[in-house]
Design a binder for this molecule. Sequence first.
Ligand SMILES: NC(=O)c1ccc[n+]([C@@H]2O[C@H](COP(=O)([O-])OP(=O)(O)OC[C@H]3O[C@@H](n4cnc5c(N)ncnc54)[C@H](O)[C@@H]3O)[C@@H](O)[C@H]2O)c1
Length: 368
Amino acid sequence: MKRVLVTGGCGFIGRHVAQELVEHGYEVRILDVLLDQVHGGETVSIPADSELIKGDVRDRGTISAAISDIDAVIHLAAEVGVGQSMYEIARYVGTNDLGTATLLEALIKKPVERIVVASSMSIYGEGLYETPDGRRMNDARRSPIDVRAGRWDLLSAAGDMLLPVPTDEEKRPDLASIYALTKYAQERAVLIFGQAYDVDAVALRLFNVFGAGQALANPYTGVLANFASRLANGKRPMIFEDGKQKRDFVHVRDVARAFRLALEQRPAAGHAINIGSGRSYTISEVARLLAEAMGVPRLSPEILGKSRAGDIRNCFADIAKARELLGFEPSHLLENSLGEFAAWVRNSVAVDRGADMKRELEERGLVS
Ligand SMILES: NC(=O)c1ccc[n+]([C@@H]2O[C@H](COP(=O)([O-])OP(=O)(O)OC[C@H]3O[C@@H](n4cnc5c(N)ncnc54)[C@H](O)[C@@H]3O)[C@@H](O)[C@H]2O)c1
């Protein structure tokens, strides 16, 4: 039986990954520092038959102990808020990049067969676009002047509207936040390490992950969790810009399966691979669907008409590479999964800190 270390295994995605691995006969050890912002001091449940080490990935002694007698590592431990990364810079670079560096140094002394790291769609910045005559635009981006003036959509130099298309892995990264920078550094560090030390290394570029277990009290994470916390407290979801920006929502159980496949499929080694649903949804549509699923359709979204520093307009995944290298196929679409998500929210404590998050960003001039 293979033994796998899951760093950040008490987090939203980590718990599902650990469950998926246990169900498929792996022995799982979790290393997690149990951050207050994520867990709020609450007890976390991990799958029976898995082992928990409470500790920090930046701590050499802890990480060395955690990787003893381990065959593979899934590295998820990270600080995950895009907005917060713009002012808690040392904290984000410290956990995400120094954490990964410390793990990799430990793996030089105690090699494993495979390491899989969670990267992120955020590394792309804007997704891929095409011009009206079908030319690929690898580096489309909005000027801050246009964004401040409320011109949200992307235009070509000639002033034509650019068409957002599914983003593939060939799209050039365009790092627009400190979080994105740290995720890209994590991804590259793991892939470079894999090549240098002959360890199979895989980076999964996750799109917007949703599902039961999202940190509802943490306003810096997923948009769906933020909307759910607002709705559960009788408040309208707050939407930046005009709500027509498009994203790709992938179910956490599909993501957990993708991590298992990344451990098992040899052809994936050496690659960075998108994990999304391959579909796109406008943010307004998502807020509306969720309000319906939660039984409060009258709580229509509040469109703020303001933008956040580092935000992009559109990004949704081309998942052809995941299909080819991992045999990955998403099986839980957003529109079919919101009932289950709403039921979970009803049984959870959903503290709404959305307004605090907006104020924190405004105080630092990161909303305009
Ligand atoms: N949720 C998404 O939509 C999404 C999208 C793209 C990428 N990702 C990536 O997936 C991974 C997991 O994200 P998540 O949504 O489950 O986040 P999460 O915040 O729920 O989980 C992260 C876990 O890591 C732990 N952790 C943080 N710092 C640590 C440290 N120094 N040492 C040990 N443990 C530490 C936290 O306590 C937490 O349990 C992250 O690497 C994140 O960047 C998530």
